[in-house]
Design a protein around this ligand. Structure first.
Ligand code: NAD
Ligand code: WQD
Length: 343
């Protein structure tokens, strides 16, 4: 049997759905999704279909349910690889409900690795996060930097996830890559798919676009007294479609046997640190909208600055970001307007 199917977990979510689009448009794999719709809806797959003219089947099961998971693999014996996005991802929620995060993120990964072993799945790509670095002193952050204490239960689930994968490959033929995303932002360039979570957003870009749309009266820049070039925090914003493409490149890297280790880790960022005020300025420039904002108190738990060293992902994977900060802003704005139209 030719194994030609990729299982995307969290396919109805933000990054998973953009990866479905790239998989459908750029590869010949058959693709299925598992998503329990905890933070998403099936509407996302309609948007994916509108962009790609292809439909994806979603299994609305919880990955913590090993029996239901096994049934999906029974029905799909041709799965060759897994791209595992599904997780809970809110830092403040994880502080409030740590056990929910440990159960969901750790048990779902455990179940997936057990079935990976049982069904001889060759390739596994894991969504990690720059939050694994903790409070770093050295910038830009390189993959070799020793990890600091996780600042939240969410970040700890990603550290644990990476450790589980490292231990797993020691006795398994499966080839694994963990991708540490920095700050994924923006929407598909068509403006037809973007982040549409069930919970109110707390991330900068949706706050900016909601403010621009008048859904919020104003927004606050959290802290203007950091030791950065304009006093606001520095982050590495990276377009979601660039992140999505990295998964396809990473998968192909494993399939082509270009990897020298059976578990490796890569940063996904642009390498450019952008301040909050610069992000606001870029948004105002490309949209012509003046944002109503104040510079307020620092937000608890924020680091002053973090951005990625991109040498490894560029040299080994050959991945380079293609979408500029201006286009990140423009796509996010297009998507905000599309969401208003849809409601
Ligand atoms: P998202 O919430 O939009 O998507 C995750 C999807 O997984 C959701 O649709 C949710 O319903 C589903 N899901 C969660 N738990 C599940 C379970 N137990 N069983 C089945 N489905 C489940 O999040 P996203 O922004 O697309 O993030 C995808 C991955 O990337 C996550 O692992 C996240 O931790 C990681 N990540 C995200 C960011 C970011 O800023 N968006 C940054 C770094 C890492
Ligand atoms: C970006 C900057 C805020 C809202 C989070 C997770 C991290 C990773 C990516 C998953 C910060 C500032 C924000 C606002 C503001 N996710 N801000 N006003 O905190 O860098 O990273 O998402 O793995 O783990 O922690 O992203 O978008 O919340 O904030 O000034 O209303 O924007 O202080 O400097 P963050 P963010």
């Amino acid at each position: 049997m030719l194994k030609n199917k990729i299982l995307v977990t969290g396919g109805c979510g933000y990054i998973g759905s953009h990866t479905l689009i790239e998989l459908l448009l750029r590869t010949s794999y058959n693709v299925i999704s598992i998503d329990n719709l905890h933070n998403s809806s099936l509407k996302t797959l309609e948007r994916v279909a509108a962009i790609t003219n292809k439909t994806v089947k979603n299994y609305a099961i919880d990955l913590c349910d090993a029996t239901a998971l096994a049934q999906v693999f029974d029905e799909n014996p041709d799965i060759v690889g897994i791209i595992h996005f599904a997780a809970l991802k809110s830092v403040p929620e994880s502080v409030a409900q740590p056990l929910l995060y440990y159960r969901n993120n750790v048990v779902s990964l455990l179940n997936l690795l057990e079935i990976t072993q049982q069904r001889n799945i060759n390739y596994f790509i894991f969504s990690s996060s720059c939050s694994v670095y903790g409070n770093v002193a050295t910038l830009p952050v390189h993959e070799n930097l020793p990890l600091q204490k996780a600042e939240s239960p969410y970040a700890y689930t990603k550290q644990v996830g990476e450790e589980m994968l490292k231990d797993f490959v020691a006795n398994s033929p499966t080839q694994v890559i963990a991708l540490r995303y920095f700050n994924p932002v923006g929407a598909h360039v068509s403006g037809l798919n973007g982040e549409d979570p069930r919970n109110p957003p707390t991330n900068l870009l949706p706050i900016i676009t909601q403010t621009a749309a008048g859904l919020r009266k104003s927004m606050t820049v959290f802290g203007g007294d950091y030791a950065t070039r304009d006093g606001s925090c520095v982050r590495d914003y990276v377009h979601v479609s660039d992140i999505a493409n990295a998964h396809i490149i990473a998968l192909q890297y494993l399939i082509d046997q270009k990897n020298t280790k059976n578990f490796d880790i890569f940063n996904l960022g642009t390498g450019n640190g952008i301040t909050v005020l610069e992000a606001i300025e870029a948004f105002e420039k490309v949209t012509g909208i003046t944002l109503n904002y104040i510079v307020g108190e620092r937000r608890g738990g924020d680091v002053a600055a973090i951005y990625s060293d991109t040498t490894k992902s560029s040299n080994l994977l050959g991945w380079k970001t293609e979408i500029s900060l201006d286009d990140m802003m423009l796509s996010a704005w297009k998507w905000q307007q599309q969401m208003i139209k849809e409601r």
